[in-house]
Design a protein around this ligand. Structure first.
Ligand code: GUN
Length: 283
C-alpha cells in the first residue's frame, strides 16, 4: 500500500477562499476582522510564524496589527498591552506568540486575554469550553488536524485514535476533539511503556512530540491514518516531522507530509477563529 497524501496546502487554499468570501461579506456590513499578533524577543522560528500569520491576514482581507517588543519587555508592560487590545474594537483576535522570555509568566499572559478574543484557544475558559462541549475557540493545530480528517471523509466513530504528546497546545486538546467525534482515545507520552504496542492498535495516529522518527513503519497498523504535527530539522537542515514519512507511507492509508501538511492548517484555522470572532459581533 502507498498512502495517499492529505495536502495541507491544498486544503488551506480551499478553506482560506471561504474565509476571504466571508471577510468580504462582513466588510460590507462595516466590520473588518482584525488580528493582533504580539512577538516578544527575536526567536527566529517565532519570527517566521508571526510573518506567516500576518501574511495570511493580508491574503484573506483581514486587518492585522503586529507588535514587536524587545526581550526586555516586562510582564507588567505586556499585560498592559493585552489589556489595551482587549478593549480595542478593531481587534477581534489576540495572539501572543510563544515561547515568551523566561521572566514572563506565559500562563498569566494567556489568562489576561479576553476569552472572546482568544483565537489561539489557550485560555482556561477556551480549554474548559472544549472539554465540556460548549462554544469557544479551539486551538488551531488540533482543529486543523480535525479538518484534515473531515476532508478525507473519515468517520472517527468507534475508531481507536492514539495521540502521542500531551501538551496543552496540541496533545490534550487533540484528544478531546477526537473524543467528541466518538473515537476511543489513548494519549501517549514520554513515560508511556511500550508505545509500539499501542500505536499498532491505532486506526488514527497523531504524532505531536517534536522529535524525529517517533513513529516508524513497524509501529503502524496497515491502513492507519497518520497525522504528523512535528516540525524538526534533520542533519541536513531539512524540515521534517515526527514520523518517518518514507517508511510509514508504505503502510498507512493516508498521511500528512512535512512540510505542507498540518503546518499551513494551523494558520488557516487561526484565520477561521479570527473571522468567527468578528462574525459573532453581528449576533
Ligand atoms: N508557538 C508555537 N505555536 C504557537 C501557536 O499556535 N500559537 C502561539 N501563540 N504561539 C505558538
Amino acid at each position: 500500500m502507498t498512502a495517499q497524501l492529505i495536502d495541507g496546502n491544498a486544503l488551506s487554499r480551499q478553506l482560506r477562499a471561504d474565509v476571504s468570501a466571508r471577510v468580504t461579506a462582513l466588510k460590507a456590513k462595516g466590520i473588518t476582522p482584525g488580528l493582533a499578533v504580539i512577538l516578544v524577543g527575536d526567536n527566529p522560528a517565532s519570527q517566521v510564524y508571526v510573518r506567516n500569520k500576518v501574511k495570511a491576514c493580508e491574503d484573506t482581507g483581514m486587518h492585522s496589527l503586529l507588535e514587536r517588543w524587545p526581550a526586555s519587555l516586562s510582564e507588567a508592560e505586556l499585560l498592559a498591552r493585552v489589556a489595551a487590545l482587549n478593549s480595542d474594537a478593531s481587534i477581534h483576535g489576540i495572539l501572543v506568540q510563544l515561547p515568551l522570555p523566561a521572566h514572563i509568566n506565559a500562563q498569566k499572559v494567556i489568562e489576561a486575554i479576553a476569552p472572546s478574543k482568544d483565537v489561539d484557544g489557550f485560555h482556561m475558559a477556551s480549554a474548559g469550553a472544549l472539554m465540556t462541549g460548549m462554544p469557544g475557540f479551539w486551538p488551531c493545530t488540533p482543529y486543523g488536524c480535525m479538518k484534515m480528517l473531515e476532508s478525507i471523509g473519515y468517520d472517527l466513530k468507534g475508531k481507536h485514535a492514539v495521540v502521542i504528546g500531551r501538551s496543552n497546545i496540541v496533545g490534550k486538546p487533540m484528544a478531546l476533539m477526537l473524543l467528541q467525534q466518538n473515537a476511543t482515545v489513548t494519549i501517549c507520552h514520554s513515560a508511556t511503556q511500550d508505545l509500539k504496542a499501542l500505536t499498532l492498535q491505532a486506526d488514527v495516529i497523531v504524532a505531536a512530540v517534536g522529535k524525529r522518527n517517533v513513529v516508524t513503519a513497524d509501529m503502524v497498523k496497515p491502513g492507519a491514518v497518520v497525522l504528523d504535527v512535528g516540525m524538526n530539522r534533520n542533519e541536513e537542515g531539512k524540515l521534517c516531522g515526527d514520523v518517518d514519512f518514507d517508511g510509514v507511507k508504505a503502510v498507512a492509508s493516508w498521511i500528512t507530509p512535512v512540510p505542507g501538511g498540518v503546518g499551513p492548517m494551523t494558520i488557516t484555522m487561526l484565520m477561521v477563529n479570527t473571522l468567527e470572532s468578528a462574525e459573532s459581533q453581528l449576533s
